[in-house]
Design a protein around this ligand. Structure first.
Ligand code: OSB
Ligand code: MG
Length: 370
């Protein structure tokens, strides 16, 4: 298969509520929607880069540059006999995992559509349903946080993650635990602490948290290993894991006991499968993170989570938590039992609502094979 056209659209969607973390406060979601075509069939994928480099170094502008000037021209030289050939071909470009992932995932989605198969089947997963968890941003005070957590528990979510940062951590977790003694609960610091604060973080050990996600440096695995030795609570890495090899190294070093995988952060589905396999081979649980994706990226995450190593609920929640109107129809919904149905249709399996995409698009580039 030779690609004959690749497109990138820059799409902006308002978020229903601002999403606040230790590193930023997001009120609108802007992303690149990448489409790859061959022989009259087109696959689509959502890039997880953001407008700013506050989570990881890439932005929508760097992703567009790297796609336009390097990855797309490279992809046009390939005769693809399977989408897993994209990642090794892209390895000449160092870093830029989010840009790579967007094109790689679009080719997997195209591949699935060509086969008339749901994405999960070409990824090696299974149909059925997945368990759903939620990520709750920083709230204005303890009462607001307790209200939010109560609403998510009532909605059926199987696990709740709350964002923390210095000054907004131990007391909040204590309050949630007081109200919900048996709730599968975890926290995510997005690199807001340093190893000097290990004694403080140790105070979280009393609350039987499932894990603490990315407490230290965004590119660190050495200090995290020192921290994990001092904590009972399992450390989970997010930002620090950019490949299957990163997952292997972090687990071997004892930097974490659990891994969050985001397809967009590890260069695409091949990278995500490599992370999954590295964890599974070492008996470490892996779960799927999220980046406030529209339904297009959200469904890609649903399909990925049908691989057997995904033993914990991830951050894939209902479209309606973020968007008044999603770009897919039907939107992603969560049952009262806290599950999401795995689609059976070709590719991501839900229809993309093109008039909504076009309305939300302010820039559209098309590249053709020379
Ligand atoms: O650290 O997991 C994170 C959102 C944006 C950037 C980083 C993170 C997150 C989330 C939200 O936690 C997960 C989601 O609901 O999509
Ligand atoms: Mg995280």
């Amino acid at each position: 298969m030779r690609l004959d056209r690749v497109e990138a659209r820059r799409v902006t969607l308002p978020l229903r509520f601002p999403f606040e973390t230790s590193f930023s406060r997001t009120t609108t979601k802007q992303f690149l929607l990448v489409s790859a075509s061959a022989d009259g069939v087109t696959g689509h994928a959502e890039c997880v880069a953001d407008v700013d480099p506050f989570y990881l170094p890439e932005t929508n502008v760097t992703a567009l540059h790297v796609l336009r000037d390097f990855l797309v021209p490279l992809a046009f030289t390939l005769d693809v006999s399977h989408p897993r050939e994209l990642a090794p071909a892209f390895s000449r470009v160092r870093g830029h995992e989010m840009a790579k992932a967007a094109l790689e995932m679009a080719v997997w989605e195209l591949w699935a559509r060509r086969e008339g198969a749901p994405l999960w089947r070409v990824l090696g997963g299974r149909g059925g349903e997945i368990a759903s968890g939620v990520s709750v941003g920083l709230q204005k005070d303890e009462a607001a946080l307790l209200d939010k957590v109560s609403a998510e528990v009532a909605a059926g979510y199987r696990r709740v993650k709350v964002k923390i940062k210095p000054g907004r951590d131990v007391a909040l977790v204590e309050a949630i635990r007081g109200r919900f003694p048996a709730l599968p609960l975890m926290v995510d610091a997005n690199s807001a602490y340093t190893l000097d604060q290990a004694d403080h973080l140790k105070r979280l050990d009393r609350f039987s948290l499932m894990m603490i996600e990315q407490p230290l440096g965004w590119d660190d695995i050495v200090d995290h290993a020192a921290l994990q030795r001092r904590l009972e609570t399992p450390v989970c890495l997010d930002e620090s894991i950019r490949s299957g090899d990163d997952a292997r190294r972090a687990l071997e070093l004892g930097s974490c006991r659990i891994v969050n995988v985001k397809v967009g952060r590890v260069g695409g589905f091949s990278g995500a499968i490599a992370v999954h396999d590295a964890c599974r081979a070492r008996g470490a649980p892996v779960w799927c993170g999220g980046m406030l994706e529209s339904g297009i990226g959200r469904l890609a995450n649903v399909h990925l989570q049908t691989l057997p190593g995904f033993t914990l609920p991830g951050d894939t929640s209902a479209s309606a938590r973020y968007f008044e109107e999603d770009l897919v129809d039907p939107p992603v919904v969560v049952s009262p039992a806290g599950t999401i149905a795995v689609p059976e249709g070709p590719g991501i399996g839900h229809a993309i609502v093109w008039p909504r995409v076009e309305r939300a698009t302010d820039l559209h580039e098309t590249w053709r094979r020379p």
